[in-house]
Structure formats: C-alpha cells, structure tokens
Design a protein around this ligand. Structure first.
Ligand code: MSP
Length: 508
C-alpha cells in the first residue's frame, strides 16, 4: 500500500461563480483527504484544487464585464476560495494557471514533447465550438452543431501545432488493460462503466492528433508556446499540467521531480464525467510522452441535475452552494451530496430531498442516538461516562460490538473505490443497530428493576458505538464529529442542543 496520498479536483473555469457541481467534487476530495490524513498522517496527504484561468471562455467573460482579464479572474478566484473555506475544504494548495510556477512547467513540458518529435506543425481545417473550445471531427457532428452544447460550430482554417495522440493509442489501450490485471491498480479508470466507455472509444475510433495551439490573433489570453511566438497553448494542454506543476518541477535533464508524484504515492484525480476524455485519454498520453508515471486512479463522478434538467445560467436554475450551506448547515449539505447518490451516477438535486435526509438519517438516527445516550448518562450517572470494566453484554450487545469493530476495515475497503454513499450506509448500519438496541432493551426497565450492571454495560456500549461512529464520520462531517466528541467527553458529558432539530415540513 502506498504510504502517501495525493488527491486533486479539476481546476475550475473562472468565467462564472461556483455552483453545487463544483462544490460536489471538492467535498468528495476533501472527504478522501481527511480520511487519508486520519490513516497516513497529515504530512503524508496532499490535496490540490485550483482555477483554470486561460482560454477563450474567460477572455469572453472578462470582455463582457468590461474589465481586464486579470482583474476579472482575480475577482472570481476569491469567490472560489471563499466557498472552499466556507465548506471546510481542507486543500493544502490552490493552483492558478496564471501563476509563474505553472506557466514555467507548461512551457517546459511543451518544449520536451516538441523536442522529442511528438508535436508538429500543420495546417488545420475543422469545425470549432467556441463556448466549448473544442474542435470536432466531421464524423461526430451533424448539422454543424456541437455534439456537447448543441450550439453552432464555426469552420476554421489555420496553421497550428499538433500533439501525436495517435502514436500512443495502442500503448494506452494496453496500459488500461494491463492495469486491470494488476491488483493494486485495478481502479485506473473508475467506475468500471467509465473504464469500459473509454476503452470502447479507444478500440473503435482512430485517435486524431490533438491541436494544442491557438493563433495569437484569435486568442491572446494563454501561455505562449516556447517554439512559436504566433501561438498560445490550447487551454486543456495548459490546464492538465496543473496536477504536476503544483507539486514538482522538471530538472536540467528534463526529468520531472516531485515527492508527491512517485512510486510511494497514491495519486487520485476526481473529475466530472464530462471531462473524462481529457483526463483518461489526453492526460495519460501527455504523461507518457513526458516520461512521467501515471496517476493511480481517475474517477469520473456523475452530475447533479435540477428537475432532471441540466443546471445553467440561461435556464436560471443554478443552485448556490453558499445558500444551501447557510440554510441547512455545512455538514448537512456535505452529507446530502455524498449520501444521496452513488458517486459515479447522476442525481437530482432538491431541497425536499435534503430535508428528507435531514429528518431521517440525521435527526431520527444519528441525532437521536447521541441525544438519548447523553440523556441517559445524565439521568443515571450524573453526567459521568461509565467505565468499561468487565461488563458483560447480551447477545445483541455482542453483535453490535462486532459491528463497530469491523467498521473501520469495511469503510476502508469501500472508500478505496470512492463509494461514499455505501461507506455512509455502512456507518449507519452501526447507528441503526444501536438505536434498535435501545428500543428493544428498554433501559428504563433495567433502571426500574435495579439491574445496574446490565444498564451500565448497555449504556457503555452506546458510548463505544458513538465514539466509533464519530471517527468514521469525521471525514464526511467534520464539524458534527467534533461536536459529538466534545459533548461525549472522555470522562464527563457536556450535553448541548440536539445536533439536528427536526425540520417541520408542511403537511399536504
Ligand atoms: N477547467 C475545466 C477542468 C480542467 S481540469 C484540468 C472544467 N472546468 S468547469 O468549471 O467547467 O467544470 C469543472 C467540474 O465541474 C467538472 O468536473 C464538471 O463535471 C463539474 N460540474 C459542472 N457542473 C456539474 C454538475 N451540475 N454536477 C456535478 N458536477 C458538475 O471543466
């Protein structure tokens, strides 16, 4: 097992403020970062997020706002940074593609690949989608519309530079298949459905070389190519490099050096399904051409929809994550996103579903278990947490003890495949067993019948469940876990308000 962990999110375009889609990836990455810090130690985990600031889209947004591009991006970047601190995102670094460290690495990478002969100049004619910044091959378009956003394509003819993707096609197919066989790297592209999609695409299409430049006269807002003053770098070739420019450098021999991109580090990229092709085809080939090892996992998650529809400014249905966190609480928002939908699938976002999760899982299950346990400790032991000492448990109690002992291993193996909702379900199994135990044991009867040992063993077990649950819950709901541990002190309790007071819903 790797002793270090490096996790990344996509770097977000700064043409518009962040929405729930962006917050989703960062919350997921934050959970894995926190989880791995618990296991590997803080110093062995690196969590990177950042912003993608070049390209046409951003230039256009700045022009519309009638400010300089730098002024524009600086403003939007603050909105992203503020959101991450608001949502308790524990990133160790924040990369901006306008930073010198990044620009330097991109230019060096281009130079290395160019000198190797994997970049060549050619005349280019093709159908281009400006909003998506993508050239589309004839075979993929109908009626000259963008297959992605369905807006009109422009026919463009110009001299450009091309990266030899085609040269690496067979290598990539073999690499993906080989990593499947290697038990440690079984999860190169995840989930499995996405791996199949990428492989299917590679096996059934001939990869076209990638146009990695834009003529300056068409787009000036980009990183100048080191080998042509007339061109800037295509935004995706620029953006993908962020994962390595943030954590290392090329040395004088053109060898990339980094303590975060090495054999002993597990490198995980979380991305949305719409940018899987860039991460699972372009990026592996770029790394191979640069002589750099591959990441361990590329996980493509699904999309949040609103009433089964895409979120977009023009539809006016964009959900603001700050509003959601203010309304329901940061942890509730985090919990909802990670619990309601399996990580690889699309989900439908609605406040009603948040309320349902809140009143059910959080108020009825978790909140209730903590509250009733604290109340019993208050009532029967004057707020002092009872000791463990050789107390005997009944059969149901022993089962629960087994369940909390097995929990860390099980959650660990579930999280290896970033299956957040299943990991939370597993934690809730222990919570639900404990609640059932309270209902069936009826502790008030034990107290009435003076069964002091039984009562003590029973309550002490609940304490153990809550502590074990808090440890597992921490990466998902850091504030809540800390608050539970604080209320259920080592020796004495400090009972506060209920964690999740039920939200009243109007009866129909
Ligand atoms: N800048 C590129 C990424 C470069 S990474 C080297 C980009 N930026 S983006 O801001 O448009 O999108 C970033 C991420 O947000 C993508 O992973 C995308 O899938 C995700 N989401 C955008 N809308 C989303 C939802 N409605 N739901 C979930 N995620 C979504 O692409």
């Amino acid at each position: 097992m790797a002793s270090k962990f490096y996790i990344t999110t996509p770097i977000y375009y700064v043409n518009a403020p962040p929405h729930i889609g962006h917050s989703y990836t960062n919350i997921a990455a934050d959970t894995l970062a926190r989880y791995n810090r618990q296991i590997l130690g803080k110093e062995n985990v690196r969590f990177l997020t950042g912003t993608d600031e070049h390209g046409q889209k951003i230039k256009k947004a700045a022009d519309e706002a009638k400010v300089s591009v730098l002024e524009f991006v600086d403003k939007v970047v603050v909105q992203f940074k503020d959101l991450w601190s608001k949502l308790e995102i524990s990133n160790d670094d924040f990369i901006r593609t306008t930073q010198d460290r990044h620009i330097k690495t991109v230019r060096q990478a281009l130079k290395i690949v160019y000198e190797k002969g994997d970049i060549y100049e050619d005349k280019y004619e093709g159908w281009y989608c400006t909003p998506c910044e993508t050239f589309w091959p004839k075979t993929q378009i109908t009626d000259h519309l963008c297959p992605d956003c369905h807006r009109g394509l422009e026919k463009i003819s110009e001299t450009n530079f091309f990266f030899k993707l085609s040269k690496y096609q067979d290598w990539l197919i073999k690499y993906i298949k080989d990593t499947d066989k290697n038990p440690e790297r079984i999860y190169y592209i995840q989930p499995a459905s996405r791996r199949n999609e990428v492989l299917g695409f590679l096996e059934n299409n001939k990869l076209e070389d990638l146009c990695i430049s834009r003529p300056v006269e068409r787009l000036s807002w980009g990183i100048p190519l080191p080998f042509s003053s007339k061109h800037v770098t295509y935004v995706w070739f620029d953006a993908l490099i962020n994962y390595i420019s943030a954590v290392g450098e090329f040395d004088a021999q053109n060898i990339y050096r980094s303590t975060w991109w090495d054999k002993d580090v597990k490198v995980v990229h979380l991305v949305g399904k719409d940018i899987l092709r860039h991460h699972a085809v372009y990026w592996p080939i770029m790394l191979e051409a640069l002589g750099i090892r591959q990441p361990d996992t590329i996980f493509a998650h699904g999309w949040w929809m609103i009433d089964q529809d895409k979120m977009s400014k023009s539809r006016g249905n964009v959900v603001n994550p700050v509003e959601m966190a203010d309304k329901f609480g940061i942890d509730v928002y985090r919990y909802f996103l990670l619990r309601d939908v399996p990580f690889g699938l699309d989900g439908n976002f609605s406040e009603a579903s948040i309320v349902k999760r809140f009143n059910g899982d959080l108020a009825n299950d978790l909140g209730n278990l903590v509250y009733r346990t604290l109340t019993m400790i208050e009532k029967y032991y004057q707020g002092v947490v009872p000791d463990r000492n050789n107390l005997e448990l009944d059969k149901q109690g022993l089962n629960i003890e087994e369940s909390i002992k097995a929990m860390p291993e099980e959650v660990n193996s579930i999280l290896t495949s970033s299956n957040f909702s299943l990991a939370l379900e597993r934690i809730w199994d222990s919570i639900n067993m404990a609640n059932k135990y309270v209902e069936e044991t009826k502790p008030w009867n034990l107290a009435k019948d003076n069964k002091t040992n039984e009562l003590k063993a029973f309550i002490r077990l609940l304490v153990d469940v809550i502590r074990a649950v808090s440890v597992q819950l921490y990466p998902f709901m850091p504030k809540t876990a800390k608050s539970i541990i604080l209320q259920l002190g080592e020796k004495e309790i400090k009972k506060g308000e209920p964690l999740f007071p039920r939200i009243e819903t109007k009866k129909k």
